[in-house]
Design a protein around this ligand. Structure first.
Ligand code: UDP
Length: 372
């Protein structure tokens, strides 16, 4: 049976990699890697999938990225062409990016069974595009694979049938476990003279933080303040770099002890997360990974769709006005556990999610796609 694994933007590759590896040699399910071409630059795409030992994609969607065309519509048209030429038996999308919504729409239109991995996450703020993507995908999916009990509850509250919902855990943690040796061996801290627990790591890319020039300037000034106590290491997302170039924010950052870097490879970034005194981010995946690693995380958002990282992990929400104080108070409370109170393991975030996903896929695909 043919299963399409859809990926197109950076966080997708981390989510499909363990599954692609786990399905290799599977007696019934033949997985193909379909790249939607949402992220095209090497550093956000091919460099990442190669590092995760994925092969080149079986299919790369061909569409023109031009400003007056909706990328979701373009990806849908290209993906429909592929499914017409070589119809899969099921389609698996991960997370909440536009690529996942585009493929889910085609599954729905062509009546192809749809699996959503990382289903049920909600931040309850529909001004965030990923939130509307998540809701739309979940309501089209036939099999919803969730990472945590809150996700199950969200789906049930929205009237999704219980027999479609299966809790499998967090596949991103499988990727961290799969890459643990390479993270351990990575030399990036030596390369930049960084000392364990002696620096702060930043990632930012959400429109809410980087698209409003005033806000972005204020944020950069806060980061410069933080850098007076803790050197800041900042691998800049291409989207954020563009905004910073337009607004003169790079100059603000250069006035502090801030090391500006391009987006990093997975192992190098993992090494920096592991070694940081704390992380400041607005990324979804980074909230999860820091919780697993036991590194304190300050999330610059009003709400998170991953509340378990707050209740059971190391995450805390902050706003720009409270950022400097929150960062410096972490520094003050530094102790043997890198500033963390007791970190309890999150159930099923254990590196064995892939096995549970494959067991569910087996049952779903060989049982005539039960639930449809
Ligand atoms: N990441 C990376 N290099 C970087 C920054 C992040 O490999 O320079 C990884 C990070 O460890 C996580 C993923 O990228 O696995 C998160 O991607 P992103 O923040 O783009 O997306 P989100 O999680 O917000 O959807």
């Amino acid at each position: 049976m043919k299963l399409h694994l859809i990926a197109g933007a950076r966080p997708n590759f981390m989510k499909i990699a363990p599954l692609w590896h786990g399905l290799r040699g599977h007696p019934k399910i033949k997985a193909s890697f379909v790249h939607t071409a949402q992220h095209r630059d090497d550093v956000m795409s091919s460099a990442i999938w190669r590092e995760l030992d994925l092969p080149d994609p079986d299919h790369v969607l061909s569409w023109e990225d031009i400003s007056d065309q909706d990328p979701i519509a373009s990806m849908m048209a290209a993906y429909q062409g592929l499914c017409n030429a070589d119809r899969p038996d099921a389609i698996c999308v991960v997370g909440d990016v536009n690529s996942s919504l585009a493929a889910a729409n085609i599954a729905n239109q062509m009546d192809i069974p749809l699996i959503h991995l990382e289903a049920g996450l909600r931040c309850f703020d529909q001004t965030i595009p990923e939130e509307t993507n998540r809701i739309a995908i979940d309501h089209m999916a036939d099999l919803l694979l969730t990472p945590s009990p809150d996700a199950d509850a969200n789906l049930l509250n929205e009237g999704i049938l219980p027999d479609r919902i299966k809790r499998v855990g967090n596949i991103m943690i499988d990727t961290l476990v799969m890459m643990a040796d390479r993270i351990e061996r990575d030399r990036i801290m030596d390369q930049y003279g960084l000392i364990k627990d002696g620096y702060c790591l930043i990632t930012l890319h959400r429109p809410d933080n980087v698209d409003v020039p005033e806000k972005l300037r204020k944020l950069c000034e806060a980061l410069v303040d933080v850098s007076a106590k803790y050197p800041v290491c900042f691998p800049i997302h291409p989207r954020t770099r563009k905004r910073m170039e337009e607004t003169g924010c790079l100059e603000i950052l250069r006035s502090g002890d801030v090391c500006l870097l391009p987006p990093l490879g997975y192992a190098a970034f993992g090494k920096l997360m592991q070694g940081a005194a704390f992380v400041i981010t607005d990324s979804g995946g980074v909230q999860e990974e820091t919780s697993y690693l036991g590194t304190r995380c300050l999330t610059l958002r009003k709400a998170t769709e991953r509340p378990i990282t707050i209740t059971h992990g190391t995450n805390r929400l902050v706003d720009i006005d409270g950022l400097t104080e929150a960062a410096l108070s972490i520094a003050k409370h530094q102790n043997g556990m890198r500033g963390c109170d007791v970190v309890s393991a999150i159930p099923l975030w254990d590196g064995a999610t892939t096995l549970r996903v494959i067991a569910e896929l087996d049952q779903f695909m060989s049982g005539g796609m039960i639930g449809r």
